[in-house]
Ligand binder design. Structure first.
Ligand code: GRF
Length: 216
């Protein structure tokens, strides 16, 4: 079966991009990354793409007079590269409804909290301040509202007594690197179907039962 042609949009470090590149390096994986685009010229993720032999380019938002022109360029570059599905991986530009609609149900994002809790920035600091016992990460289809949209995969990650936001971020990031390839695989295998505000996933089992924190 033909592999799903994926474009990844980044702005920085690119560790989630790396997790996707690693997954796609397996010829049996049902998706391949055909383009990596950053809105920031210095993004470290660009080097990760090149090291993996994937075309990497910059669409610098500062080079365009407005958001519409920037997004038209982004859209054109993705289409010219033959991209059929977009993964946002630490892409730090808000996308307009125009772009979101063009890629509706063909664009996913990863966010470092258990949505709908803690949308936006500083998720780990806010989770610690709120005293939640679990936080985590979410892969979801993108809608015009920020950090909103049908949820594909989540990982629950415990908040431990001595955590500061860096320790918690590191624990969540490990989970992100497992969730994003899983989510992409579900989509590429045709096992994830958007149904209203939810995603229906076929042939997938959840964990056996509740996880407690603290355990005793
Ligand atoms: C991740 O925490 C992701 O959830 C968020 O931005 C961060 C990007 O990190 N959207 P990286 O560039 O993938 O390392």
């Amino acid at each position: 079966m033909a592999r799903l042609k994926v474009g990844v949009l980044i702005s920085g470090r690119g560790s989630n991009l790396q997790a996707l590149l690693d997954a796609c390096a397996d010829p049996a994986f049902p998706a391949e990354i055909v383009a990596v685009l950053s809105n920031r010229p210095g993004a470290a993720g660009l080097e990760r793409a090149r090291a993996a032999g994937v075309a990497a380019g910059v669409v610098d938002h500062r080079a365009y007079p407005n958001r519409a022109a920037f997004e038209e360029a982004l859209d054109r570059t993705l289409r010219d590269a033959g991209v059929g599905f977009v993964c946002l991986a630490g892409f730090m530009r808000l996308l307009t409804p125009w772009f979101v609609e063009r890629w509706r149900d063909r664009m996913i994002n990863i966010h470092p909290s258990l949505l709908p809790a803690f949308p936006g920035l500083d998720t780990h600091r806010r989770a610690i301040e709120a005293g939640v016992r679990f936080t985590g990460c979410t892969v979801h289809f993108v809608r015009a509202e920020m950090d909103d949209g049908p949820i594909l995969v989540q990982a629950a990650v415990p908040v431990l007594p001595r955590d500061d936001e860096h320790a918690l971020a590191a624990r969540v990031l490990e989970a992100e690197h497992r969730c994003y390839p899983l989510a992409l695989r579900l989509v590429a295998e045709g096992r994830a179907r958007v149904a209203g505000v939810r995603v229906e996933i076929s042939d997938a089992a959840g964990p056996a039962g509740a996880v407690l924190n603290p355990e005793a």
